[in-house]
Design a protein around this ligand. Sequence first.
Ligand code: G3P
Length: 489
Amino acid sequence: MSDYILVIDAGTTSTRAMLFARDGGCHAATAADITQHYPRPGHVEHDADEIWQRSLGVARAMVERAGGPDRIAAIGIANQRETIVFWDRDTGEPLAPAIVWQDRRTAAMCRTWREAGEEPGVQARTGLLLDPYFSGTKIAWALEHWPQLRAAGERLAIGTVESWLVWKLTHGEHITDATNASRTLLMALGSGSWDDGLIDLFGVPRAALPRIVDNAGQLAETSLLGGLIAICGMAGDQQAATIGQACLTPGQSKATFGTGAFVLANCGHTPPTSRHRLLATVGWQLGGRRTYALEGSVFVAGSLIQWLRDSLQIIASADETEALARSVPDNGGVYLVPALAGIGAPWWEPAARAAITGLSFATGRAHLVRAALEAMAHQSHDLKTAFAADGADWATLRIDGGMVANDWMAQDLADMLGLPVERPGFTETTALGAAMLAGVGCGWFATLVEAAAMRGRVETFTPALDEDVRQARLDGWRIAMRQVIEPRR
Ligand code: G3P
């Protein structure tokens, strides 16, 4: 009897591997950093070979910790979404840098498509908007600017990160799962298949695309980890976190505060339509049947704290932020709108730039740090407003990701959203969701509901802020946000 699910969580800043037991216990974990390349302002690239080598390295370390491949029941994969990889089918080597989801290089192309009136049709078919965030625009740019891709002809393979990892693990299986495919701008949301019209619009060679598969099942097999192990689950990381948070019933919502912050609300089996600049996306697909979600994508969350640490150097580590936020009675009138990579939902302004407003001689670093943490609640509140307007308001919000270890921030979220916020004891819900999928795929569990027994205890933060103080904060944020958005419109 195999003891563990091995999860590979290939995220934006690190790739991690973990071992999960059937009761959801995380037996071991290890991580390796991913190098961020910024060749020009607005450009963000990864080395696909580094993603592969480091993912393989952490996976091998976990197989060793488990006591060998026979102890692994299945592999589950979660990954940073939208980031796109180009490789050669013959050599299995990357043909170009991977263009990362945060990359803004296609802003002008998106503007042109929008001005040509393409956005309503694209949104109706994919649930997405014409923003540089999504893979299709990145593929179009790469085919235009990197001649080696066209020169590769039929040898060209294109895929998101899970697709790339599976290709490498299996020596040539070219598949992608429905959640990742739904982030490319190339998949029709209703049918779960590549859409010919969209493939034409972005000029993508259809033969270069992978086959779209379910999120769980006997998806592929690898012999690279010391023995034959089945890959039985895979999903984009935010969808995996939605599963890991057991948002399995329509109306349940989660927010993950990682590099960015992503809120997904389960919307059942009919593709939702947003009229307030949210995204419609596949939550998961099992047995060919899709569950859909509405999503609000915020591009800057944990990366803001990293920026305070590495670029401004006003903190030495993220752990300091909680004590600093508590050390002042309020933000001192300071607001930080973190549009460091443009701004995502519900504004979608790729050219927007960040602002810090309300500075005075009385401002200290604690105010700046507090304003940075407060920005998480404010960005979430903007999303809540859009979800409510789309008829998908949140009753509670389940939170996870590295940032939510900060109790002050978790309470601020409850206070500003005005609703209970639930934090699981084990906050690596992305990896847990991939383990749940693999657990279903390998037969440990019959359904995701059964697999949700892997989830542990939950702590609830309830709103406690004076309503006048709350309104004053919301007003202050609105004024600061206007300074960021209006010059671009
Ligand atoms: O859509 C981008 C998202 O998948 C990135 O997630 O956890 O690497 O910030 P993360």
